[in-house]
Design a protein around this ligand. Structure first.
Ligand code: TXA
Ligand code: MG
Length: 322
């Protein structure tokens, strides 16, 4: 059930969280499927609802920086205090930090790891929900395992069904999942690129590595090579022979000013002119929409893998993985 994110409905959602139930809610990145992070039974429902394997850990959402030490022991390690200090100006925002966990966070949240991913979201609905629930909220993206992350309330319903209580806060601003940074390795590692870019992190930290690329034992267990997939086959336009494309073709273009020069059935322009913020904002919505259009193939533009382009191409390449 989709409910507008009014104050009354947020209070009702918070009552559900307190009661050990699940609620889907908007953040500035994507919609999350939340539960009380301290309640192992409630968190188990997240894995069951998503069909997600239990070794794949969740992100714990807080509202205030001062709450960080209630879920992590990072303050025991001066090096971590320094690193967190250098990054905290990106919060509230689209960044998750991997830090040592406290015992109050049950191991079901962290897939058995002794570390926990923590994020302070900026979205006012997410913040009001966390405050009203009075607990940290564990939340993965609110989609079926391996499917496209939801950036609209209707995507959540489409992916997880109509029994889920969904707070509708409109379209997510960023549209890509948060940047995930591990601070527990010797050199900080970028485990998942996002709207807080590699370049911004490098400027703040001095040194950072691109973590777990295409590894079979990724440092971040959720980073599978194939992920974020539509059911329809997706290819990068630069990888296909434009002379042998199917008739029943969908196109996702980054530039409205340059329409495709080959025949197609449907086209979605993500931006007027290769604006990467617009591209990231609309990418997943376009994938949901064309995936419902019964096409034989979707082809999509590419961009340079720097700045926000690194995160955009990361998601597109995973979605296009056969
Ligand atoms: O933008 C977001 O991050 C959204 C919103 C709802 O906050 N959440 C989200 O969660 O994308 P999820 O579960 O779909 O992705 C979490 C990622 C996964 O790749 C997971 O492996 C990684 O974070 N992760 C979580 N805890 C970790 C840990 N302790 N160590 C390494 N990676 C971790
Ligand atoms: Mg996800």
């Amino acid at each position: 059930m989709i409910r507008p994110a009014t104050h009354e409905n947020i209070i009702e959602a918070a009552a559900r969280i307190k009661n050990g139930d699940l609620v889907a809610f908007p953040t500035e990145t994507v919609y999350g499927l939340g539960a009380d992070a301290r309640n192992a039974k409630a968190v188990e429902k997240i894995y069951i609802t998503k069909g997600r394997p239990n070794y794949n850990p969740l992100i714990v959402h807080l509202t205030d920086f001062s709450e960080l030490e209630s879920v992590s022991t990072y303050k025991d390690t001066p090096r971590l205090v320094d690193l967190v200090e250098r990054l905290k100006h990106f919060w509230p925002g689209p960044m998750s930090l991997i830090l040592p966990k406290r015992d109050c966070i049950p191991s079901v949240v962290t897939g058995g790891l002794d570390t926990v991913a923590i994020r302070l979201p900026a979205h006012p609905v997410a913040r009001e929900l966390i405050k009203a629930s009075g607990c940290p909220i564990a939340a993965p993206s609110a989609n079926r395992f391996m499917h496209i992350s939801p950036t609209r309330a209707k995507h959540v319903e489409e992916s997880l069904g109509s029994k889920i209580f969904i707070l509708d806060g409109g379209a997510c601003n960023v549209g890509l999942e948060s940047t995930v940074v591990s601070l527990v390795s010797d050199i900080p590692q970028l485990l998942r690129p996002g709207a807080i870019t590699f370049e911004e992190l490098e400027a703040a930290l001095g040194k950072i590595e691109l973590g777990a690329k295409n590894s079979t034992h990724p440092a971040s267990p959720g980073m599978m090579p194939k992920h974020y997939s539509p059911n329809t086959r997706l290819s990068l336009l630069k990888d296909v022979d434009i002379n042998s494309l199917p008739e029943n073709l969908g196109v996702i273009s980054f530039n409205e000013k340059r329409p495709p020069k080959f025949p197609y059935k449907r086209v979605i322009y993500l931006s007027h002119d290769n604006n990467l913020e617009e591209v990231s904002n609309r990418l997943f919505d376009a994938l949901y929409e064309l995936d419902n259009a019964k096409l034989d193939l979707i082809v999509i533009d590419s961009c340079e893998e720097k700045g926000l382009g690194l995160a955009i191409m990361d998601r597109i390449k995973r979605a296009a993985k056969a």
